[in-house]
Design a protein around this ligand. Structure first.
Ligand code: NAP
Length: 310
């Protein structure tokens, strides 16, 4: 009997995923019936995204797992009706895209590229940027994405400090962890990259108090989640000069409303949640592998810890 897989990831295109998922499932040796509609009691696995129409899992009585197509799970992790394992997306394409976006935006600020792009007024201002080794970059969050970004930045020569919940040891990256390590990390952050998940423990982690711990004129690059930053505190810090610039890819409300002060602020760059996307080909292989594992009784990859919220 085929494994019934409901594609309930409303924001993702069924047209884009249908063929790669079918092929990946076949390649994994899974006999699957993959559809966008099923009687709930017939469904074995749900391929999910935050805006899914499925919000009540109670009728899915034989469900074995929910396989999220996104890295972030904040919209589903606290759902009380979900009683089966939840996995999230760890995908080579997603990681590589994030590394490239982070490297680009860090280099923009490190090299002062804006001054050349927007400051061509006939005056020969020769300001040579420091070498990367003399630029303190801090990556908050050393998970799949943060660690890959931190390693790439260290590879470019930056003086990289990473901060996570649990202790880590990494060549070429200074590592700090836990609430007690945060101030020391922020003190080194001429440029701070936020790659933390949205959880109760990370919400508003950059607030008036923590922003004040950063070197004056520090730059914030946030491709993590909008909730990591207290917006009003950031605006005040930008206006006072404590923070020099914020490049923001994620927001509390998305799309960012046209009247939000971030749009017009001269020290804010808004990018529309494009830092990185799940790539259909590689993501399909991750989903297929997890279905194969579920059917073989093997542990799922990239399981979410429901207590930690990520
Ligand atoms: P991940 O592998 O789960 O890593 C999360 C990292 O955050 C881990 O290093 C974890 O510490 C750390 N962390 C969690 N809670 C913490 C706390 N209270 N204090 C200190 N560190 C804490 O996640 P990921 O795959 O790297 O993704 C990170 C986030 O990026 C996602 O949750 C999502 O919000 C965002 N994202 C954005 C885009 C975009 O396009 N903008 C795309 C994909 C993902 P431990 O290592 O100790 O567990």
């Amino acid at each position: 009997m085929p494994v019934n897989i409901l594609f309930a990831a409303k924001s993702e295109s069924w047209d884009a995923y249908r063929a790669p998922l079918g092929q990946a499932l076949a390649a994994a040796g899974v006999d699957a019936d993959l559809r966008t509609d099923f009687a709930p009691e017939a469904v074995d696995y749900i391929v999910y995204a935050p805006s899914s129409t499925v919000q009540d899992f109670t009728p899915y009585t034989r469900l074995k797992a929910v396989l999220n197509l996104w890295a972030g799970v904040e919209d589903v992790v606290g759902n009380d009706t979900l009683r089966v394992p939840l996995t999230r997306m760890v995908d080579h394409g997603l990681t590589q895209g994030m590394v490239e976006w982070v490297a680009g935006h860090v280099l923009r600020h490190h090299l002062g590229i804006d001054a050349q792009l927007f400051g061509q007024d006939g005056v020969w201002r020769k300001t040579v940027p420091p070498l990367a080794q003399d630029r303190g970059v801090v990556v908050l969050g050393l998970g799949e994405l943060g660690l890959a970004a931190a390693r790439a930045l260290a590879g470019l020569g930056f003086d990289v400090t990473g901060w996570s919940r649990s202790p880590k040891t990494e060549d070429a990256i200074r590592t700090l962890h836990g609430p007690e390590g945060l101030d020391a990390a922020l003190a080194r952050a001429e440029i701070a990259v936020l790659l933390l998940p949205d959880t109760a423990a990370t919400r508003n982690i950059l607030n008036a108090q923590t922003l004040a711990r950063m070197p004056r004129g520090a730059v914030i690059v946030n491709p993590g989640r909008g909730t990591l930053i207290d917006d009003d505190a950031l605006l005040a810090a930008l206006d006072s000069g404590q923070i020099g610039h914020a490049t923001l890819d994620v927001f509390r409300t998305e799309p960012l409303p046209p009247e939000h002060p971030f749009w017009a602020h001269p020290k804010v760059t808004v990018t529309p949640h494009i830092a990185s996307e799940t790539r259909t080909e590689t993501a399909a292989q991750v989903i297929a592998e997890n279905v194969r594992r579920g059917e073989a009784g093997e542990p799922f990859l990239h399981l979410v810890d429901r207590d930690l919220g990520y």
